[in-house]
Design a protein around this ligand. Structure first.
Ligand code: C5P
Length: 236
């Protein structure tokens, strides 16, 4: 598998073409940003954790019937993935109030949602990924109605599978962000699932095991990324 030109460089990943037009190579970086790029830093080893954790969770989700872009882990920092066209949506799933939801609704972090909350943002750095609803998605044609229905049902299924999986390693899945893409005209799960994109709290102590430690200067950032990967690896 030959790595050809880079077609995208984001905050946490680079994407390369390969000699197969239907496959990309994703390379995970240690660079960390928060608050739409205002805070910048490095989390040593993050790229390796996020690559391996995403590969493990995508494999689990595939077993549970959710199609994902993951093909195989190529190295510590690289994965071979299906060449999807990303839908311009960030799909946020919330089980417990935290972060921007806690702020927006004036809730204390940790309040359980009576029902899973799904939110959408328009993926656009310049605009700061503004929150949108179904009407905006339809009006702007960010996805067809059929694609949007599929996105919603996959997102809720991902939540059920991951909530159960994380609880088995004594972690509460507070909230997370997903991205979906089109591959051969079908919606599949893409991007990553990692401590960068999930809020993960230790089920006994509520210790934050995710990027909030970087965002909020809580210290021990590298250690918790490694810890989450270790708990996952021990279970698999
Ligand atoms: O900041 P907020 O509370 O809206 O984030 C909800 C969830 O989505 C968190 O788990 C956060 O890590 C994730 N997220 C993300 N990328 C973004 C925005 C949020 O991974 N651009």
């Amino acid at each position: 598998m030959e790595k050809l030109e880079m077609i995208y460089e984001g905050k946490a990943k680079k994407v390369f073409k390969t000699d197969n037009e239907k496959q990309y190579i994703v390379e995970y970086k240690d660079d960390a940003t928060a608050f739409n790029g205002i805070k910048k830093g490095t989390i040593v080893g993050k790229g390796v954790v996020n690559n391996k954790m995403s590969a493990a969770l995508f494999a689990l989700l595939e077993e549970e019937g959710i199609p994902t872009h993951q093909i195989e882990l190529l190295s510590d920092r690289e994965s071979l993935v299906k060449a999807v066209k990303i839908l311009p949506l960030e799909v946020i799933v919330r089980n417990v109030a935290a972060g921007s939801l806690a702020k927006r609704l004036g809730l204390e972090e940790g309040v359980e949602m009576k029902k899973t909350v799904l939110e959408f943002s328009y993926k656009n750095d310049e605009l700061g990924d503004p929150m949108i609803n179904d009407y905006h998605i339809q009006a702007m044609e960010y996805a067809t109605d059929e694609q949007l229905d599929t996105v919603k049902s996959y997102a809720l299924k991902v939540n059920e599978v991951l909530k159960k999986f994380f609880l088995e390693i004594n972690i509460k899945l507070i909230d997370f962000k997903l991205e979906f893409g089109l591959y051969e005209d079908k919606v599949i799960l893409a991007d990553e699932i990692s401590p960068d994109t999930c809020r993960l709290w230790d089920a006994d102590t509520n210790k934050k095991l995710d990027k909030d430690r970087f965002r909020r200067d809580l210290g021990g950032v590298e250690e918790v990324y490694q810890e989450v990967l270790e708990r996952i690896s021990k279970k698999k």
